[in-house]
Design a protein around this ligand. Structure first.
Ligand code: FAD
Ligand code: DHB
Length: 392
């Protein structure tokens, strides 16, 4: 038997984008149903991003999600750039008048699921066989799925939000989609470790053997990334090997990297990908469903949440006031920020990683660019403005 329901917005995917959209819409009295293939525990434990732009923090606060973020988030006023044996500080407060905040994606997802569950939201985990009818047709669109108990559900929706990440199904529903892509010839090995960070602010280090990044999750937990070859299997990297390599790539006279138990280890490919347009008829794409950036510069999560902020305004105008202007502009407006972040992430990635296929000429260009960033206020301001977030 098929159970039929009705909602205003059918949301595919309960990552940060889908969950925040459902939360923001509910605050404006707009009903939604969220379907997610993974379990709640899996979504809450999935280790990913950790750094929030100033505007992202403010939006989360403004939407009633600031309590734990303000208590546990770590505000950072800059970063260190390390290359050619020296470590240099960039002061974002001075350069851009803004800060960034470390607060893990896992914690944002937990806060959102707690808020949605407390509000009795329709949020279904562990669904299978999610299908969406033609969003380009005149009639309302139907999102159907099987619950974890095997029951078939059909939800008639005014619109669909495709928040199902890079491997989701909704992007494929946009006919004539243009895609722009770049794969990078390296990957990141990521670890989370039970050891207090050895630094007050993030260290981005370009070393002749490859890039390394020291970030953190709290004052007790460190997170570190190492550039590794694309085909790397994390099983080939026992903890000792990882710490030895990190200690070498982050080394500075008089400074020691503290080591500790590794509690999470994964390999992330590096890719730039943009799909356009981000709308087809009643379907709107948001977050990783439409675009991916390489993680250097920490834009992925911030972009996903910025899409959702725009989409909330557009859907509120469309569904509450029958005003389609913002919905019609959604894709162009979102893509302006997406392309800026795509350029910044590509630039940071290319400047800091060692490409084994490139020669000494490229290496000299990288070092010259890094030298320019730390010695010119204009160049440092460009990095700081992009890193701390966009005003558009
Ligand atoms: P997702 O978080 O991918 O959420 C999509 C959700 O949709 C998932 O829960 C998925 O299970 C669900 N789904 C998929 N298909 C279906 C379907 N058919 N039906 C229903 N549900 C479906 N960004 C940074 O800024 N810094 C980082 O350090 C960083 N590290 C990363 C590491 C990894 C391994 C990955 C993959 C990404 C990383 N990112 C990082 C990017 C950042 O995590 C993403 O940009 C962010 O998660 C995007 O959120 P989203 O909600 O758009 O997509
Ligand atoms: C983090 C990840 C990044 O890619 C980055 O540039 C900064 C911080 C993080 O996971 O904390």
């Amino acid at each position: 038997m098929t159970i039929r329901q009705r909602t205003q917005v059918g949301i595919v995917g309960a990552g940060p984008a889908g969950l925040l959209l459902s939360h923001l819409l509910a605050r404006r009295g707009i009903d939604s149903v969220v379907v997610e293939t993974r379990s709640r525990a899996y979504c809450e434990a999935r280790q990913r991003a950790g750094l929030l732009e100033a505007g992202t923090v403010q939006m989360l606060r403004d939407s009633g999600l600031g309590k734990r973020l303000d208590a546990e988030g770590l505000e950072h006023g800059g970063i260190y750039l390390q290359f050619a044996g020296d470590r240099h500080h960039l002061d974002f407060r001075d350069l851009a008048g803004r800060t960034v905040t470390i607060y893990a994606q896992t914690e944002i997802v937990k806060d959102l699921i707690t808020a949605r569950t407390a509000a009795d939201a329709k949020l279904e985990f562990e669904v299978t066989d999610v299908r969406v009818s033609d969003p380009g047709a005149q009639e309302p669109v139907v999102m159907s799925y099987r619950t974890k108990d095997g029951e078939r559900r059909e939800v008639t929706c005014d619109v669909i939000a495709g928040c199902d990440g890079f491997h989701g199904i909704t992007r494929g529903l946009v006919p004539g989609l243009a895609t722009y892509e770049r794969a990078y010839p390296y990957a990141w090995l990521a670890i989370t470790a039970d050891v207090p960070p050895s630094t007050d602010e993030l260290i981005y280090s370009r070393h002749p053997d490859g890039f390394a990044l020291h970030t953190m999750r709290s004052l007790r937990t460190s997170r570190l990334y190492l550039q590794v070859p694309v085909e790397t299997d994390s099983k080939d990297w026992p903890d000792d090997r990882i710490w030895t390599e990190l200690s070498k790539r982050l080394a500075l006279p008089g400074w020691t990297l503290e080591t500790g138990p590794v509690v999470d280890k994964s390999v992330t490919p590096m890719r730039s990908f943009v799909a356009a347009p981000m709308r087809h008829g009643r379907l709107f794409l948001a977050g990783d469903a439409a675009h991916i950036v390489p993680p250097t510069g920490a834009k992925g999560l911030n972009l996903a949440l910025a899409d959702v902020r725009l989409l909330t305004e557009a859907l509120d105008a469309l569904l509450t006031d029958r005003d389609s202007r913002l919905a019609d502009e959604y894709s162009d407006t979102a893509l302006r920020r997406v392309w800026r972040a795509t350029h910044f992430s590509w630039w940071m990635t290319s400047m800091l990683h060692v490409d084994s296929g490139a020669g000494p000429f490229d290496e000299r260009l990288q070092l010259s660019q890094l030298d320019y960033v730390i010695s010119s206020r204009a160049a440092a301001t460009t990095l700081a403005e992009n890193y701390t977030g966009y005003r558009f």
